[in-house]
Ligand binder design. Sequence first.
Ligand code: ADP
Length: 265
Amino acid sequence: MDLSPYRITTEPYYHPTGHEIALYEHAYAHRLPLMLKGPTGCGKTRFVEHMAWRLGKPLITLACNEDMTAADLVGRYLLDTDGTHWHDGPLTTAVRHGAICYLDEIVEARQDTTVVIHPLTDGRRILPLDKKGEILKAHPDFQLVVSYNPGYQSHGKQLKPSTRQRFAALEFDYPEAAVETDIVAHESGIERSLAARLVDIAHKSRRLRERGLEEGISTRMLIYAGTLIHDGLPPRDSCRMAMTAALTDEPDMAQALEAILDAAF
Ligand code: ADP
């Protein structure tokens, strides 16, 4: 099996916000299953990409959704011209060949799907392939990493205790202002002073969470706005398109976000 498409050959830019690199390295050394907790667009995916590059391991990423079945993770028999053949799913590929498997937004998956990871996340480190009649022992390099947004608990999207207690967890949040400014300037190419103004808008939007806004402007949205500004679009239009319009449909909240833009530009 050629895992080269899953190898990350150039360093993904990642600005640490604490000791997370050292903590991950220790977790990986012991192959601890890891949960990255934090809001959308705060750097979890970038971090795992950076770590896979740093450790020189292939990374297989899967965005979870409610239509995903256990077979989508594990694999299935498929019919082709000369009969039926087993095809490993992405999780099985990672387990068999020693990749880091990153299940993004694990709570989106149905619970009957989630349980397939249980025997992989304890001392057994096995993946039973029931349909194939194989018990696959994990390659020594295999590690399971999942991401989870605790802010979605209000939608009843929670991890079962029996699942979550299998993971060590690293907590993420939007970086502090100076770091987030560096990230936005680096990723979008705009001047640092302008990036700082965008970050200030994001901070104000994040305070609106107390007034009922579900999520504030994420680092990712700031980078999108910066990219449009860097292209030469007016800042105001860029911010509306990339940062505020998508956040809410609620007129009061939209007005509050618009007022934040008024004050900024
Ligand atoms: P998440 O997985 O938490 O939803 P991402 O990792 O996709 O978020 O982050 C969104 C974008 O924000 C990334 O593509 C990257 O450009 C940027 N980013 C966020 N945090 C960092 C960081 N600490 N260092 C470098 N880039 C970051």
